[in-house]
Design a protein around this ligand. Structure first.
Ligand code: SF4
Length: 423
């Protein structure tokens, strides 16, 4: 039996039922649910090379946001959020199209008013990736968004002022087969929790999340994912770890209001890197005060650095030093720009000289190492020959494009090499 909502959902001895799978029927099951598998076991994350870098993944249920699976054994999904006015359909769709092109897999839009809600059907009709409607307080906007065909509602049931309204929103989500994201933000925690915990502590953030979840579970609704965001890394990490030990819902990771492109990317990489390396996190957004397209690029770089996703070209480059023979900085910039359209998981090494260059270049799919007057090109560990400095970029780009084309060719098994992730 699931024990339904209670005012005492957070305490040292967890309340049976809150956060448990609906079919468990184990009223006396004690949390935590998270049972990390031994490294290299069956629960390894979908790495490019699990033998090289196995990560145990937190076990959790899987939900769907449109056609994107979140949680379970699905790859960590990359999300972003539009910064256009949602009622401006043209601007919003144009931004989503750019996000789609960059590899964004789920997009969220703010729905602050009627005008925004009324724009949703048209936006939904014109985009390809799943759409999340972000709603605060006004349950009628959630009902409209559900009717408009969005794939997920981001709404906190405890903030919509009444049990009957929660029931209506849950009924609409169930009727349309869409999921709900409970999103707790340290900056808008309930006053009684701030008083009780002496501030927006990780425990207060988690209790807020558990209270919202309990309201959904009371209505037998479990198609839920959870985010717990604070603007600093340590609180965010502690809150997610705590929540991960308490429930088996998928977790949406993010450091909120993290900063601009540079500072926000670093802060997010540190925070999400810690969590992802512990197997925590099923979908993520890099929140930047920048073009949302930048968020997608940074998200993939974080995932690629942990070998959790393999989308696109991975450039390995030396920092260069007094031995450098080629302009590494310029070459890396140009190669990254010219190969940004490639989805295939290809590693390209750009090394400045013959000291460490050939070694690294050999490890990559395609590599170049600067040499005296000319550069040495490697393909899959084999020396390919020498090229003039002026031809390095052209040569690298051509070879990567040729290799990328091979990824699109079906194999005997019917799939392209590299399928399974990276999409
Ligand atoms: S590869 Fe050569 S140029 Fe680059 S950092 Fe190492 S020694 Fe310096």
């Amino acid at each position: 039996m699931i024990q339904h909502f209670t005012d005492d959902v957070f305490r040292e001895t967890p309340i049976p039922g809150v956060g448990l799978r609906p079919k468990d029927g184990l009223g006396d099951t004690s949390l935590p649910i998270w049972n990390p598998a031994p490294a290299g076991g069956d629960d390894s994350l979908p790495c490019s090379d699990p033998g090289q870098f196995p990560l145990a993944r937190r076990k959790c249920r899987q939900i769907e946001v449109g056609d994107v699976k979140v949680g379970g054994s699905a790859p960590v999904a990359v999300q972003s959020m539009c910064n256009t006015l949602t009622h401006d359909v043209e601007a919003t769709v144009a931004q989503i199209e750019r996000l789609e092109e960059a590899g964004c897999e789920i997009v969220r839009v703010a729905v602050p008013d009627e005008r925004a809600a009324e724009a949703l059907p048209e936006i939904k009709r014109r985009i390809r990736i799943p759409l999340i409607a972000d709603i605060h307080f006004d349950y009628r906007l959630a009902l409209k968004a559900a009717d408009a065909g969005v794939n997920c509602l981001r709404i906190n049931p405890g903030n919509i002022n009444g049990e009957s309204r929660v029931s209506e929103v849950v009924a609409a989500a169930r009727h349309h087969g869409i999921s709900i994201r409970v999103g707790v933000n340290a900056g808008s925690l309930e006053k009684h929790l701030l008083d009780q915990y002496g501030g927006a502590t990780p425990e207060a953030i988690v209790e807020s999340g558990l209270r919202h979840i309990a309201m959904l579970e009371k209505r037998d609704f479990y198609e839920t994912k959870i985010s717990l965001k604070a603007s600093d890394v340590s609180r965010t990490v502690r809150a997610y770890r705590l929540m991960a030990s308490r429930v088996d819902y998928p977790l949406h990771l993010g450091i909120t209001e993290s900063g601009g492109l540079r500072s926000g990317s670093i802060k997010t990489a540190v925070g999400l890197g810690i969590l992802l390396s512990e197997g925590i996190g099923d979908t993520m957004r890099v929140s930047l005060a920048s073009d949302p397209v930048d968020e997608v690029g940074v998200a993939y770089e974080i995932l690629k650095s942990l070998r959790l996703r393999q989308k696109g070209v991975n450039v390995v480059a030396c920092p260069s030093c007094g031995r450098v023979q080629i302009d590494v900085d310029k070459l890396v910039l140009e190669v990254e720009q010219e190969l940004a359209h490639i989805d295939a998981p290809i590693t390209v090494a750009v090394m400045g000289c013959e000291v460490n260059g050939p070694g690294e270049a050999r490890e990559a799919d395609i590599g170049v190492a600067g040499g005296h007057k000319r550069a040495l090109i490697f393909m899959k560990g084999e020396k390919q020959g020498l090229v003039d400095y002026a031809d390095i970029k052209k040569n690298l780009v051509e070879e990567v494009e040729k290799l990328a084309a091979k990824y699109k060719e079906p194999t005997a098994a019917g799939s392209a090499p590299g399928d399974g992730d990276g999409a």
